[in-house]
Design a protein around this ligand. Structure first.
Ligand code: AP5
Length: 214
């Protein structure tokens, strides 16, 4: 299956995407994580993406689409994928359709996670991320066992550079203007889109996603 997790910054796409991919043995394709890895490694893509990410703007479609196509082409045919943070614009969604159909695949399900703006801001303020394995924690709601240290791989946790209040405000605006229209885009396809409340416990939300996929 090819499943897209859609929703505003901080709603839990990464948290749920990691669990879903682990539970189903799917590939977790998180474009934000791939871009951050490129930045750490200082690749040309990472250097180009930096100014957009730091401002809370979207990285240009052609860079993102090329990156996703490369990853898709490297996967075995039967490998399920959970897309997290992609597509984020209608042109990206159209490119994804084209890339998947070339591989004899299609978008099977789009799960929209929804939460109140205040919840999103609080979650983002408390987020701590592992730059090595991508695990995500929250100092208020889901703290690691040892402060500042990743439970999974022992690396030092970081507060993301784009999690400051001004950038978060812009990311929320960019989501409303450029990404929210995708809900209508997928709603027009019968039986593809499902909305799930993103405000329960991590486990409850994960169960909700599994029910939708069943
Ligand atoms: P990206 O990394 O994709 O960021 P985002 O979409 O803004 O989403 P976040 O990572 O902020 O939130 P999330 O929904 O994953 O929430 P999380 O699970 O971490 O993109 C970053 C940037 O990269 C973009 O701004 C853009 O510049 C660029 N980019 C990426 N993809 C692109 C694309 N396709 N096109 C163009 N540019 C692109 O959870 C948040 C916090 O809440 C965590 O602390 C977590 O522990 C906590 N939490 C989660 N669930 C719960 C819960 N149920 N209860 C309590 N706490 C919870």
């Amino acid at each position: 299956m090819n499943v897209i997790l859609l929703g505003p910054p901080g709603v839990g796409k990464g948290t749920q995407g990691v669990l879903l991919a682990e539970g189903k043995s799917w590939k977790h394709m998180a474009t934000g994580d791939i871009l951050r890895a490129n930045r750490r490694e200082g690749t040309p893509l990472g250097q180009e993406a930096q100014k957009y990410m730091d401002a809370g703007e979207l990285v240009p479609d052609h860079l993102i689409v090329a990156m996703v196509k490369d990853t898709l082409a490297s996967l075995p045919q039967e490998q399920g994928v959970v897309f997290d943070g992609f597509p984020r614009t209608v042109p990206q969604a159209e490119s994804l359709d084209g890339a998947l159909s070339e591989l004899d695949r299609g978008v099977d399900r789009v799960v929209v996670l929804e939460a109140d703006g205040e919840v999103l801001v609080k979650r983002i303020a408390g987020r701590r991320s592992c730059p090595e394995c991508g695990s995500v924690f929250n100092v208020y709601m889901n703290p690691p066992a040892r402060e500042g240290v990743c439970d999974k791989c022992g690396s030092e946790l970081v507060h993301r550079a784009d999690d400051n209040p001004d950038t978060v405000r812009n990311r929320l605006n960019v989501y409303r203007e450029q990404t929210e229209p995708l809900i209508r885009f997928y709603e027009d396809r019968e039986g593809v889109l499902a909305r799930i409340p993103g405000e329960g416990s991590v486990e409850e939300i994960q169960r909700g996603i599994w029910e939708v996929l069943e």
